[in-house]
Design a protein around this ligand. Structure first.
Ligand code: F6R
Length: 622
C-alpha cells in the first residue's frame, strides 16, 4: 500500500525522506516521489516509476533537492496505472506533463487510501475551471483543498476540514501550502499515519519503522483529525477546527530491529527472531507461572459469559485463527467460527454480548479487519484485538487488546508476527479453559510448561536449516505444491502454502487431506510435490494414507512430523523432524520448516524475497 513520509526541521529534507521511504518499501509500491520546499521558493517535485533507487538517482540521493521541509510517497496503484504522471506528490496548479520540477502551485500533497466519490468531486471541480493531468483520486483531493482554500480565503486547517466532510473513503493526507513554507498539514481517516517529533524537527510516516531512526516520540493522529506540523511542534484539530490535545507515545522498539543486522533478507532475520518474539509475547502474558491477562481488561466474568467465539482476520492472521479454533474448542469447549474479515464484514452473522469477536492483525491497520471489528462492535459483541503495532487503529478501537511483542516486521511475508500471534492465541485458549474450569490447575500448569519450552524448540529447528536449504534447491523448479493435513495440521498447511506461493510464485494449495479425493486429486501428476503435515497422533495415519494415494499417482512426498513419534520415512521421499510438544501447540513448531522452505525456494529462484510482486505489507484499502 502507499507509503507517506514527511519532514520539517533544520536538516535537508530530501535525504531523510528517501531514507524513510526506503524503510516503507516493504509496504509494496510501483512509483515514488518527493516534494521539497526551500523557504519561500516554489515546491520542487520529483517523481520516478519503479524502485526507489530510480528516485534516489534522479535526485542525486536527495542532494539535488534543497530545502528543509518536504513530503514523500511510494505509490501502490489503485486509480490509474503506475506511471510518472500518476505518481505522487500531486499539485493543485494547472500543470502539463507529470507535475514535476519547480511547480507553481498553492497546494502539494500525497495520499494513502481511496477516495470513493472522486468522480463526483472531479466533475464539480471541472465545472469550477480546474483541469486534471492525472487519473488519480489524489489530484482531486489536493485540488478540492485548493478550491476551499481560495474560495473562502481560510487557512489550511479549515480548507482541509471542509474537504474532509466532502470526501468519502479512506485517506491519510500530507499537504504543503505555498504560504506556509516550513509546515506540513496532515489529515486522516482509516488510513495509518503517525507523527514523530524531536526538539527541532518533526516527521510524518505511514508506519513506525520509517522514523524509528530519528525519534521514538510519536503521536497517533485520530480519525477525522487534522494536524499542523512544524519543526518540533504538532497541533491537532477536530473537524470544527478546534484544537484537541493528543497524547505523545514513546515507542519502545529498537531502531536496530528495523535493520537487516547482517542477514541477507529481513525474512530470514525475522524467522531467526521467532524464539525471541514468542518468548517476549509469552512473558507478557504469563507471570510467575500464572496467566495474567489484566493488561487486556478481559475479566473472568466476561470469560465465563462467552457462548460463542468468532475470529475475523486476513491472510496469515486468518490462519492463526484457523489454528486457534482447534485449540480453543478442544481446551475451553467454546464453539469457534473463523471468518475471513473481508467476508465477515458483509455477513449478517447473529452476534450478541455473549459473543467474543477476536480480530487478529499484525499491523492493526488492515482495512477489512478494521471493518470487521467495527461491525462486531455495532452488533453488540465483545471485541478483543490481537495486534502487534501499539497504538494502531484496531488496537485503539477494540474493547480489549492483547499485544504481541514481535517488534517491527519488515518482510512482506509474515513470520515472527504469525508465530507471536499463534502463541498469544494458545495462551488465551489455556486461560479461557482454566477460567471456565474445562482444564484443571495441574493441566493448566503442564500446558504452560509446554508453552514455555517452545522458544528453545524453535531455535533447535533453526539449527537444522541447512537440510531445508538443500531440499529447496532440489524442488525450486516444481510447478505445483500441495500442502495437506487434517485438523490443526490443515491450519498449518494453509500457512505453509501461503508462505510458499507468495514469495516463490510457485502455485501451491492447502487442502484438508480428506478432501483431496473430492476433486483436487486429479491435479496430481508425476513429481507433483505433496507436503504432508503430520503432527496430530489421531489423524496421522489417515493423512499418510491420503499421501500414499497421491504417491500412487506419481506425487513426490515430503512429510513434517515429530521426532521419534511416527515413522514416515518408509512412505515419503523427504522427512523433516521437529521436536515434540503438546499437540495443541504443534503449529508453533511445524510452521518453522515451512517458512524456511518457502524462504530458500524464493532465494533459489532469484526472487525479491522481502518484497514479492503485487503485494503490500499493510493492506489499508478494501
Ligand atoms: C502473508 C501476510 C498477510 C497478512 C495479512 C493480514 O504473509 O503477511 O497475509 O497476514 O495481510 O495482515 P495484518 O496481520 O497486518 O492484518
Amino acid at each position: 500500500m502507499c507509503g507517506i513520509v514527511g519532514y520539517t526541521g533544520r536538516k535537508q529534507a530530501a535525504p531523510i525522506l528517501l531514507d524513510s521511504l526506503s524503510r516503507l518499501e516493504y509496504r509494496g509500491y510501483d512509483s515514488a516521489g518527493l516534494a521539497v520546499r526551500n523557504g519561500t521558493a516554489l515546491a520542487e517535485v520529483v517523481k520516478a516509476t519503479g524502485k526507489l533507487h530510480h528516485l534516489a538517482d534522479k535526485t542525486d540521493q536527495g542532494r539535488a533537492l534543497a530545502g528543509c521541509c518536504g513530503i514523500g510517497h511510494t505509490r501502490w496503484a489503485t486509480h490509474g496505472d503506475p506511471s510518472l504522471v500518476n505518481a505522487h506528490p500531486h499539485v493543485s496548479g494547472n500543470c502539463s506533463g507529470s507535475g514535476s520540477g519547480a511547480v507553481e502551485s498553492d497546494v502539494v500533497g500525497v495520499h494513502n487510501g481511496i477516495i470513493e466519490n472522486y468522480t463526483e468531486l472531479k466533475e464539480k471541480l471541472l465545472r469550477r475551471g480546474y483541469t486534471f493531468y492525472s487519473e488519480t483520486d489524489t489530484e482531486v483531493a489536493v485540488k478540492l483543498v485548493d478550491y476551499y482554500y481560495k474560495k473562502y480565503k481560510i487557512g489550511p486547517v479549515d480548507a482541509i476540514t471542509r474537504t474532509m466532510v466532502r470526501i468519502r473513503g479512506s485517506y491519510a493526507l500530507a499537504l504543503m501550502f505555498k504560504d506556509f513554507p516550513d509546515e506540513i498539514f496532515a489529515a486522516r481517516k482509516d488510513s495509518p499515519l503517525i507523527i514523530g517529533t524531536d526538539e527541532e524537527e518533526s516527521f510524518l510516516a505511514s508506519d513506525v519503522p520509517a522514523i524509528l531512526k530519528y525519534t521514538r516520540q510519536v503521536y497517533y493522529i485520530d480519525n477525522h483529525q487534522v494536524a499542523r506540523v512544524s519543526p518540533g511542534k504538532v497541533v491537532f484539530y477536530d473537524l470544527n477546527g478546534d484544537e484537541v490535545p493528543m497524547p505523545l507515545t514513546e515507542i519502545t522498539w529498537d531502531a536496530e530491529a528495523a535493520e537487516k543486522g547482517g542477514y541477507e533478507h529481513f525474512m530470514l532475520k525475522e524467522i531467526h527472531e521467532e524464539p525471541a518474539a514468542v518468548r517476549d509475547t509469552l512473558n507478557s502474558m504469563v507471570k510467575d507461572g500464572k496467566i495474567d491477562l489484566s493488561q487486556t481488561g478481559l475479566t473472568e466474568d466476561v470469560i465465563r459469559s462467552i457462548e460463542q467465539i468468532d475470529i475475523a482476520a486476513c491472510g496469515s492472521a486468518w490462519h492463526v485463527g484457523m489454528a486457534a479454533q482447534y485449540v480453543i474448542e478442544d481446551l475451553a469447549e467454546i464453539p469457534v467460527r473463523v471468518e475471513l474479515a473481508s467476508e465477515f464484514r458483509y455477513r449478517k452473522l447473529p452476534l450478541s454480548r455473549n459473543t467474543l469477536v477476536i480480530v487478529i492483525s499484525q499491523s492493526g491497520e488492515t482495512a477489512d479487519s478494521l471493518a470487521a471489528l467495527r461491525v462486531a462492535k455495532e452488533r453488540g459483541a465483545v471485541t478483543l484485538a490481537i495486534v502487534n503495532v501499539i497504538g494502531s487503529t484496531i488496537a485503539r478501537e477494540a474493547d480489549h487488546v492483547l499485544y504481541t511483542l514481535a517488534g517491527p516486521e519488515i518482510a512482506v511475508a509474515t513470520t515472527k508476527a504469525y508465530s507471536a500471534q499463534l502463541i498469544a492465541a494458545d495462551v488465551l485458549a489455556v486461560h479461557l479453559a482454566a477460567v471456565r474450569g474445562t482444564v484443571s490447575p495441574e493441566r493448566e500448569a503442564g500446558l504452560l510448561e509446554e508453552l514455555a519450552a517452545i522458544p528453545d524448540k524453535i531455535s533447535r529447528i533453526l539449527e537444522e536449516k541447512d537440510r531445508l536449504q538443500w531440499f529447496s534447491s532440489k524442488m525450486a523448479n516444481t510447478h505445483d505444491i500441495f500442502f495437506i493435513g487434517r485438523g490443526l495440521d490443515y491450519a498449518i498447511s494453509l500457512e505453509g502454502s501461503l508462505k510458499m506461493k507468495e514469495i516463490s510464485y510457485i502455485h501451491s494449495e492447502a487442502y484438508a487431506a480428506g478432501e483431496l479425493k473430492h476433486g483436487t486429486i486429479s491435479l496430481i501428476e508425476n513429481n507433483t510435490l505433496v507436503i504432508g503435515v503430520l503432527t496430530q497422533k489421531e489423524l496421522y495415519e489417515k493423512t499418510v494414507s491420503n499421501m500414499m494415494e497421491c504417491k500412487s499417482r506419481g506425487a513426490f512426498l515430503a512429510g513434517i512430523t515429530t521426532n521419534g513419534n511416527f515413522s514416515v520415512e518408509d512412505s515419503v521421499n523427504f522427512t523433516v523432524y521437529i521436536p515434540k510438544t503438546d499437540e495443541h501447540f504443534m503449529a508453533s513448531l511445524a510452521i518453522v520448516p515451512l517458512q524456511l522452505l518457502a524462504y530458500y525456494t524464493s532465494v533459489n529462484r532469484g526472487l525479491d524475497v522481502d518484497k514479492p510482486r503485487n503485494l503490500a505489507k499493510s493492506v489499508t484499502v478494501e
